[in-house]
Write a protein that binds this ligand. Structure first.
Ligand code: DLL
Length: 428
């Protein structure tokens, strides 16, 4: 009998560990023959060296810089004629990273994404409005494959034409909305401008990810659309979306498909593992991937392991919502912060529209922050700016410059929002 996507996530810890040891062994034997980069990295190491789960922490890391040097095809472990699909991420800095899929890789991705939908309670009865961008970005096709996998109907909207998104949501009666949280917020705002509310739609769940978002943003979206808003995480280098996601029963932290993508959380400075519950950098391995398999990839994403078992009955461990990227952290008066924490504080202020931009700079070795926000309704700008400044001082203990912008002047996102303009690197 074929296991359901939920039953696949009920392996014991021992089964999961044995599988990881086997998968690392298989990976080492294979890539040493097919990928010159790994032949060099793994010189003197062979599959027999991985006997225990702890042995994995002794293996070398792979970094984004390694992948950039490999552009476009040096990481390919199969012949190009076996490749069926390619995606690329531009990243904010540096050259692109190309990621390739064989037909088995596309099945693996569909399986991982089918689990995301199963965790969200999405099934054949649902209609999925997919507003993630279709194209080189993995969001659109990733969600599309999830719908194929579990047999739901999918409307491949992609991003943009936001009024039309609202009309289609209303007219077709989609039950599931897939988009980045910032784009969902833009759709919600447009819906209100079109004099509609969640009551006019049939949505029950939102599957939002691809960028950091706070619990306050989650509440905002749940209220606007009258849905349950769930977090989904992933990255093109590993598979695309589908590495981890929240389940509807637990709705706190994301189950990692750890039998498909082995994960570790390490201290970003030393690379050593951190104890469960402590924050660190997520390290992921995609060992089963045929076209571009990857070992111990430093994602740059900060999270922690949630070790309590989940009421849903899945045995896969969970990770907390991604706090942000290691590079996006800044320090104000000794307080370490991520943009997500500023978002949480700003969204608590009723007077503000839920959009913002952070301008980070550095003067005399100290980080400084200017915040651009918009009033929700017309307001006295000077008074509002001083309220926001005082409130951030009270809640986060930080001192910032607040600029109140005209309503609708901060750019709305149709994909990943650019919340942080980091000028620190320019002003050394
Ligand atoms: O963003 C894949 C994806 C598509 C995930 C749709 C979820 C939904 P990339 O474009 O390669 O892939 O960007 C990966 O985005 O390293 C994180 O920094 C960030 N990211 C992805 N999901 C989340 C999330 C897709 N749920 C990079 N929370 C990752 C916070 C996220 N950050």
């Amino acid at each position: 009998m074929i296991k359901s996507r939920k039953e696949e996530e009920q392996l014991s810890r021992e089964q999961l560990e044995n599988k990881a040891i086997r998968d690392f062994g298989g990976f080492i034997a294979r890539v040493k023959k097919t990928v010159p980069f790994y032949e060099e990295k793994l010189y003197g190491i062979d599959r027999a060296d991985i006997q225990h789960i702890a042995d994995i922490a002794g293996l070398p890391f792979t970094t984004k810089a390694d992948l950039r040097v490999a552009y476009p095809f040096a990481m390919l472990s199969v012949n190009l004629d076996e490749v069926q699909e390619l995606h690329a991420t531009s990243g904010t800095t540096g050259s692109a990273v190309v990621t390739a899929y064989t037909s088995n890789d596309l099945r693996l991705w569909s399986q991982a994404m089918g689990r995301v939908f199963a965790r969200a309670g999405v099934g054949p009865q649902d209609l999925v409005h997919n507003a993630y961008g279709y194209g080189l970005f993995t969001g659109g096709l990733g969600m599309h494959y999830a719908a194929m996998d579990i047999g739901a109907a999918v409307l491949p909207m992609s991003g943009g034409y936001t009024q039309r998104q609202v009309t289609m949501l209303r007219d077709l009666g989609a039950t599931v909305l897939c988009s980045t949280p910032s784009y969902a917020q833009h759709i919600a705002e447009t819906m209100e401008e079109m004099k509609m509310s969640g009551d006019d739609l049939k949505l029950k769940v939102g599957i939002f990810g691809a960028e950091p978002w706070s619990s306050e943003m989650c509440h905002e979206l749940e209220r606007a659309f009258q849905i349950q808003a769930l977090d989904v995480y992933g990255l093109a280098e590993i598979i695309g979306p589908g590495v981890a996601s929240e389940c509807i029963e637990g709705h706190q932290g994301m189950h990692v498909s750890e039998d498909l993508f082995y994960f570790e959380v390490v201290n970003p400075e030393t690379g050593e593992p951190v104890p469960d519950g402590e924050r660190g950098e997520l390290v992921l391995s995609s060992l089963l991937r045929e076209a571009t398999p990857i070992m111990r990839y430093r994602t740059g994403d900060v999270t922690r392991v949630i070790s309590e078992t989940c009421p849903c009955g899945r045995s896969t461990r969970r990770i907390d919502h991604i706090q942000g990227r290691v590079d996006d952290m800044f320090t104000l008066r000794g307080v370490n912060l991520f943009p997500r924490e500023i978002e949480a504080a700003l969204l608590q202020m009723e007077e503000l529209a839920p959009v913002f931009q952070l301008i980070l700079d550095r003067h005399s070795a100290l980080d400084t922050l200017e915040i651009h926000v918009e009033p929700r309704h017309t307001a006295d700008h000077e008074h509002l700016a001083s309220n926001v400044k005082n409130s951030l001082n009270r809640t986060l203990g930080i001192n910032v410059v607040v600029t109140i912008k005209e309503p609708h002047s901060i750019p709305r996102s149709e994909g990943k929002a650019i919340r942080l303009v980091d000028r620190r690197k320019l002003s050394r």
